[in-house]
Design a protein around this ligand. Structure first.
Ligand code: SF4
Ligand code: SF4
Length: 369
């Protein structure tokens, strides 16, 4: 396993981390939690010492499964995370310290541990939401840290580059968790660079673009060119090879998934993000033309679910076949072509689009199919 230093801490973490939101669905439903716990234990055997969990993952069983595994190994040999926000505390916009503690203690109990290594201010979608959380709960995070219940305060976010830079500049966090992959890396690079320069750890979720990369192996074959890796392995390696990125999370259901992820970072060579961007410039499909599903284009006055239509349009770019748009709309999203005609071309979504996509034209094209 290849290890990296987590920001300016003394923690050495595996370049690949275990995402625990994909334990086997049937086993979870049947209550076979000991069986699910074989996954983190196998990951540990393979050198994966960073396990990322949260309330609500896997029908709210992920922390329990992870705790079963954690209690079977030496606690200090694994770094475990969990997460909270106003939604999970569920006590309105101004929870008390006790409300916060109740949520944290549930995670500690389930994880069968006295402390959590990285506790996330979870899912900050905008600067506004982040500011609200800073006012409402950051002080409680600090109290928990002083009491030794959490070791590092970190955040997870779907914000854009510039907004992430603002959070990074606050100096309040040891690290962050963000979505980053071969689809969206251009608009996320400034955020990871800022975090790295500020001595923060950077953990990446969604390295396979929400399944879009493995689902379109031909379009992403360039990532694996000249290597012995499969496309998903190459996509994972693409992310992990960024010098600015500390841990790349791989959601694993089976032991084979773990083997795949471990292979993806064998003899890893780290490079700065700017060098990687240069290396991939102009290769493969025109990635900047793809919708990344980031959902910043929300608030359409005609209530058009834009990310769904743009995801369907992605399929035309990836396959070259216009019919794949309607297939995706019908079979995956269950959305109608007619709705696309309701666009009044106000331009609001295009102003917000992180990829600067011609959304209005694409909706017109979809409406005319
Ligand atoms: S341009 Fe069309 S799709 Fe975009 S926000 Fe306005 S009405 Fe909605
Ligand atoms: S259309 Fe643009 S803003 Fe909306 S989800 Fe896609 S990439 Fe994000």
């Amino acid at each position: 396993m290849y290890y990296k230093q987590y920001g300016n801490t003394d923690m050495k973490v595996s370049a690949v981390g275990l995402g625990t939101m994909r334990y086997d669905e049937e086993d979870i439903k049947a209550g076979h939690l000991e069986k699910c716990a074989e996954i983190p234990l196998y990951a540990f055997e393979k050198g994966i010492n960073y396990w990322d969990t949260a309330p609500f993952y896997c029908e709210d069983k992920s922390e329990i499964v992870t705790g079963i595994a954690l209690s079977q190994i030496k606690r200090s040999e694994v770094y475990v995370t969990s997460k909270t926000n106003l939604g999970t505390i569920d006590a309105g916009d101004h929870p008390t310290k006790e409300d916060f503690r109740r949520r944290l203690e549930i995670s500690l109990d389930r994880l069968k541990t006295d402390y959590i290594d990285f506790y996330h201010m979870w899912c900050m979608l905008s600067l506004e939401s982040w500011e609200k959380h800073m006012d409402a709960v950051y002080g409680f995070f600090e109290d928990a840290k002083r009491e030794g219940l959490i070791r590092n305060i970190v955040f997870s976010s779907h914000m854009q580059g510039n907004d992430i830079e603002t959070v990074v500049a606050s100096g309040k966090f040891k690290g962050m968790l963000i979505g980053y992959n071969a689809l969206n890396y251009r608009f996320r690079q400034s955020g990871i660079k800022a975090a790295y320069q500020n001595g923060m750890g950077v953990v990446v979720m969604n390295p396979l673009g929400g399944g879009m990369i493995p689902a379109n192996p031909d379009a992403f074959a360039y990532l694996a060119e000249g290597t012995e890796f499969t496309v998903p392995q190459a996509a994972l390696r693409f992310v992990a090879s960024h010098k600015e990125i500390t841990v790349t999370l791989a959601g694993c259901t089976t032991k084979e998934h773990i083997d795949d992820a471990v292979k993806a970072v064998e003899n890893l060579e780290e490079k700065p993000a700017s060098e990687i961007a240069k290396e991939y410039e102009g290769r493969g499909v025109a990635l900047n033309n793809l919708c990344t599903g980031c959902s910043y284009c929300k608030g359409c006055p005609s209530e058009i679910p834009i990310p769904k239509y743009m995801d369907a349009y992605n399929h035309k770019i990836l396959t070259g076949d216009a019919k794949s748009i309607t297939d995706r709309m019908d079979n995956h999203w269950g959305i109608k072509q007619e709705k696309a005609k309701e666009c009044i071309a106000c331009g609001k979504c295009e102003e917000q689009c992180t990829q600067h996509l011609p959304i209005i034209d694409r909706l017109k094209e979809i409406a005319a199919l």
